[in-house]
Design a binder for this molecule. Structure first.
Ligand code: NAD
Length: 563
């Protein structure tokens, strides 16, 4: 069948001269690789390019409009995005779309849906692959610099997010979509069967969080790749990088109104999109409270939709490191420091509760405290040795400060290191380690989303009880790690913690999932576990149609058994 061979693509490394998107036809799809993570060593060309991009942004404030109906639109509700590590520095001026403008965007989206959906998948994929090439090459430094100054990421954290992960999402989603289209049903003479992967009928609301530039691009990009039209509501604190990604998609050839960029007050956006009869899906990443609110609104409005909206939500976590007495102590210490403190603990996968056997605790405690004292918290642009920077905004800072106050005042908790915070210049929180006597203290159950680890020390011979305790302690089920050399313990932990984590690590930190290697997501309160970064994810954003065509006339309505 023609369509089986038409969409075979070959993705070549970013360094090759011919861009990937020009080589779509007649080549191989299977060679696609993860984007290499650049190291930014002193003297490297990537560091020079990044430093130039950072210099270009210094002291500047970008003006970012809503992009609705193919036009730049400004409303009177003007807002500013500031640098978290220096909140006197405004990095973007933008405005909130009001209800009327959001409704205008819905109409504009619906008006282009048919044409976009009827475009061959190959043509749509070319646009996203071109965007990946632009980010991999000429626009990389800009997107990284905007992620660093707007979301307070260090170089490596910006690189693994805004370059590597975003590029991988764009390329692998295209590959998975083309693979899906290539995998057709069987046909039996005298008929042929075909599956057509249609975009969702209506519009998809993509609502993104602040903490990953890549997630915004993926939430908006994946439904559009599959033929859908999207209203992208970025996070207030990731407008600068989000708009850069949006501009790159347009530059790569995305037609107007296929994705519209609609910054807005969260509840105004949520209330408006869930009231529209055209809502076909919500692609959400953020807190569980927000997702539950959206889900409830959808269920309240169910009678008025033309189709059942798809609801995909990736939410929070209370991720654990479980340490068995057979564990390698150095791995535990280094992996825990990375997982807890990278990006100031503002990854949904960050470890925030740890269970350590009494026999290993003295050694682990000493090493953890010693290493944490070496962590530099500061301005990631001015000081490249910074390990993490300020937390995202005043609200997050206030929430974390409350947890620190709880730790200072509770008789169950003792602060082993850190415990202070200061928002005079930026929203800085010290790397903090707390020991708890009560494994059910709220600090072991609720998401903090900051650089805070709480440790519970258990009697080493009672590790099975602890595995049950870990499973039952928090409403979340996102990520978790087991550190043990004893294979029997690893097997037992894998079995007992089967539902406690959607991404489960053995002798590795609980963070750092890579697209196409560890598709990401969890269940329970952590979300719908649709596994972005894996082949299943794009299925959420298509409404398949099965077409059967019969090639000979039907000459009789009676069945043979009737004669
Ligand atoms: P958030 O819920 O505050 O905001 C997420 C987005 O929802 C923002 O764009 C916000 O403006 C918008 N919003 C807020 N109220 C809304 C409403 N009523 N209707 C529609 N939209 C609304 O979350 P955040 O602080 O940006 O992100 C942090 C959270 O995201 C953490 O809980 C973290 O664990 C989670 N997260 C999860 C994953 C994952 O893959 N599981 C990845 C990243 C972040």
């Amino acid at each position: 069948m023609e369509y089986l061979s038409e969409y075979r693509i070959h993705l070549i490394p970013a360094t090759c001269v011919t861009p990937c998107w020009l080589r779509l036809i007649h080549s191989e799809i299977k060679d696609i690789k993860n984007e290499p993570v650049l190291e930014f060593r002193r003297g490297s060309p990537e560091l020079a390019a990044l430093q130039k991009a950072l210099k270009d942004l210094q002291g500047k404030m970008e003006e970012i409009p809503c992009m609705v109906g193919g036009e730049e639109v400004w409303t009177k509700d003007v807002r500013y995005q500031v640098s978290p590590y220096d909140h006197s520095q405004k990095v973007a001026k933008y405005c909130y779309a009001d209800k009327e403008l959001i409704n205008k965007a819905i109409n504009a989206a619906v008006s282009v849906r048919r044409d976009w959906d009827l475009k061959p998948l190959r043509d749509r994929a070319e646009i996203f692959l071109k965007a990946a090439d632009l980010i991999s090459g000429p626009r990389r430094a800009e997107v990284l610099a905007k992620t660093m100054i707007g979301q307070a990421k260090t170089i490596v954290q910006a690189e693994i997010d805004a370059a590597a992960e975003l590029i991988d999402f764009l390329r692998f989603n295209a590959k998975y979509a083309l693979d899906l289209q290539n995998d057709q049903p069987i046909s039996c003479h005298p008929s042929t069967n075909k599956m057509v992967y249609r975009g969702l009928e209506g519009f998809v609301a993509a609502v993104s969080p602040f903490n990953f530039t890549a997630i915004g691009g993926n939430l908006a990009g994946a439904p559009a790749l599959m033929g859908g039209v999207v209203l992208w509501k970025p996070s207030d604190t990731a407008i600068l990088s989000g708009y850069a990604v949006y501009q790159i998609l347009l530059e790569a050839g995305l037609p107007p109104n296929v994705i519209q960029f609609v910054p807005a007050d969260g509840p105004v956006f949520g209330d408006t999109v869930t009231s529209s009869e055209h809502l076909a899906g919500i692609n959400f990443t953020g807190s569980v409270q927000t997702f539950k609110r959206l889900w409830k609104q959808v269920s309240e409005n169910l009678d008025q939709y033309r189709t059942f909206p798809r609801l995909a939500g990736e939410c929070g976590g209370k991720n654990f490191h479980f340490v068995h007495k057979s564990a390698d102590v150095n791995s535990v210490v280094n992996a825990t420091i990375r997982s807890v403190f990278e990006y100031g603990g503002q990854k949904c996968s960050a470890c925030s509760r740890m269970y350590v056997p009494d026999s290993l605790w003295p050694q682990i405690k000493e090493q953890l405290i010693e290493e944490v004292k070496k962590i530099k918290v500061g301005n990631p642009v001015e000081d490249l040795s910074t390990f993490f920077s300020a937390v995202i905004d005043e609200k997050a800072f206030g929430r974390i400060r409350k947890w620190l106050q709880h730790a200072h005042s509770s008789p169950n908790l003792s602060i082993l290191t850190g415990g202070k915070c200061d928002d005079t210049v930026g929203y800085f929180v010290e790397p903090t380690i707390i020991e708890t006597k009560d494994p059910k203290d709220p600090i072991m159950e609720e998401e903090i989303f900051g650089p805070v680890l709480t440790v519970y020390v258990y009697p080493g011979n009672k590790y099975e009880e602890i595995l049950h305790l870990i499973d039952a302690t928090s409403p979340y089920g996102l990520t978790g790690a087991v550190f043990a050399q004893d294979k029997g313990v690893i097997n037992e932990a894998t079995r007992l913690l089967r539902n406690a984590a959607g991404n489960f690590y053995i002798n590795d930190k609980s963070t750092g999932a890579v697209v196409a290697q560890q598709p990401f997501g969890g269940s329970r309160a952590s979300g719908t576990n649709d596994k972005p970064g894996g082949p299943h994810y794009i299925l959420r954003w298509t409404s398949p149609q099965a077409i059967k065509e019969t090639h000979v006339p039907l000459t009789e309505w009676k069945y043979p058994y009737m004669s």
